[in-house]
Design a protein around this ligand. Structure first.
Ligand code: NAD
Length: 286
């Protein structure tokens, strides 16, 4: 059985930003040989990741992982890899648009290559400890090949055919964003009423309104006024935009998703230069 199972030892990692820079060193620690590439970011040599200046040698790796801003950039990198006749299994861990992923999948499969989507949830803190939730789309037999590799970075759950991971990721972040806005409205209102934030947090986190924003983000990033969660607002707007378009097209009713999308994209305009997503609280406060 082992004989037919492709062994993964050399891994390319494209995109060494907030997430890629902490995910890729975990693979080194787990015993993989990891080669990184980024157009801007530089990863510290002590991470064990060998950063290369071009993608030219990326055809030689067993697997190549993408942790990039969006589908358009993933597609550009894939085009480059196809030009250099890659034989690698390709894994898009970015939060991409599921319908773009399906299109890109047709191109990749036409070359006889394997392609999976495996986006993540958990943010920079859970990326650092290898505790991400990884949602995988594609062929289950292809996922088997890279399951050990992905498991280094978190818990892997099969979602469905190619694009399903990206679809669930966008829908998850829409639910998370709706909770974020509701929690910000509630905190700002409680404060105006004269309630101490500490009391607000203790009570809501012991009650039914608790969610990831109240449990993880409010105290650390908002009440503290640090606003440094590591997840940029423009990325959240991208996720909610993908989800909103899916909901509009595939669901018969969408009472909330356009409001959430509009509020976040307006906030992004108001907040200016590359705000953290928790800075939306500054907009709510006014
Ligand atoms: P980031 O902007 O910090 O990192 C992206 C990196 O990609 C940057 O370093 C950039 O220079 C690089 N890049 C851009 N174009 C490139 C190209 N053509 N070739 C090589 N590198 C290129 O973003 P991030 O926060 O690390 O997010 C990466 C992906 O993960 C996004 O799709 C995001 O939505 C998703 N995500 C982020 C978080 C988070 O908490 N930050 C959580 C879950 C998912």
């Amino acid at each position: 059985e082992e004989g037919i199972k492709m062994k993964i030892s050399k891994v390319g990692f494209v995109g060494l930003g907030a997430m890629g820079s902490v995910m890729s060193p975990l693979l080194v620690k787990a015993g993989y040989q990891v080669f990184g590439y980024d157009i801007i970011a530089n990863i510290d040599e002590s991470s064990g990741v060998k950063q290369l200046d071009t993608l030219d040698d990326f055809s030689q790796f067993d697997a190549v992982i993408f942790m990039l801003p969006n589908s358009k950039i993933v597609s550009e990198v894939v085009t480059k890899l196809l030009e250099i006749n890659t034989k690698s299994i390709l894994i898009d861990m970015s939060s991409s648009d599921p319908r773009d992923t399906k299109k890109l999948g047709k191109t990749i499969e036409a070359e006889g290559l394997k392609f999976l989507d495996a986006p993540v949830s958990g943010g920079v803190s859970r990326a650092k400890t290898g505790d991400l939730m990884i949602m995988a789309g594609g062929k289950e037999e292809d996922l088997e090949i890279v399951k050990d590799l992905l498991s280094v970075m978190g818990t892997v759950q099969f979602a469905g055919p190619l694009g399903s991971g990206h679809a669930i990721k966008a829908l998850n972040n829409y639910v998370s964003a709706a909770g974020l806005i509701a929690s910000f409205e509630a905190l700002a209102t409680a404060r105006s009423f004269g309630i101490e934030p500490g009391n607000f947090l203790k009570i809501i986190n012991g009650a039914t309104g608790k969610n990831n924003t109240t449990e993880v983000k409010l105290d650390k990033f908002v009440v503290s006024e640090q606003f440094n969660s590591g997840f940029a607002l423009d990325l959240m707007v991208k996720d909610v935009s993908i989800a909103h378009n899916l909901i509009k097209d595939l669901s018969s009713d969408n009472p909330l998703s356009s409001d959430v999308y509009n509020y976040l994209s307006e906030s992004l305009k108001l907040l200016g230069d590359n705000p953290d997503h928790t800075e939306v609280y500054k907009v709510i406060k006014k």
